[in-house]
Design a protein. Structure first.
Length: 148
């Protein structure tokens, strides 16, 4: 029986901004969200972040090639893809299965052609680690009532 466990994504979080604190390396995620509420399509997104929490990486690692991809559900059409490359210091300790690596992907503006459920896929060296949905839903602005 093998004790090998593949790397996986414990979480995928969307936010408007990510700040990494100098010294501690802690992340602050500003304005987290799960849905885009959109008035009309096609929709051009504002810049935002996708943060992936990766675990089960073991041993001495020099570098990682990661990608966050946003796909239309059903067709697999990629509407956005953000590559990432992470280098580790040569003196860094080997990773254990308890370590969690936080990778923030800065996502530039992209066009979403139609409302619906899309999928964010996280890849490590072209191997899928995890996925989660993101919804782009159309909302209609209600006219404001005038006071009496």
């Amino acid at each position: 029986m093998s004790t090998y466990e593949p790397a996986l994504t414990q979480g995928i979080i969307f936010s408007d901004l990510v700040i990494r604190e100098n010294g501690t390396g802690k992340l602050s995620l500003i304005n987290c969200f799960n849905t885009f509420n959109v008035q009309k399509f096609p929709f051009r997104t504002p810049p935002h972040y996708i943060v992936s929490l990766i675990t089960n990486l073991k041993g001495k690692i020099d570098e990682l090639n990661v990608t966050a991809r946003i796909e239309m559900q059903g067709t697999g059409h990629v509407v956005a893809s953000v590559p990432g490359h992470m280098k580790f210091h040569p003196d860094s300790r080997p990773l254990s299965d308890n370590d969690i690596i936080e990778i923030p992907f800065p996502v530039k503006s992209y066009t979403v052609p139609e409302p619906g459920k899309y999928t964010v896929v996280i890849l490590l060296n072209s191997e899928e680690l995890g996925r989660r949905p993101i919804v782009f839903q159309q909302v209609v602005a209600k006219p404001s009532k005038k006071g009496n």
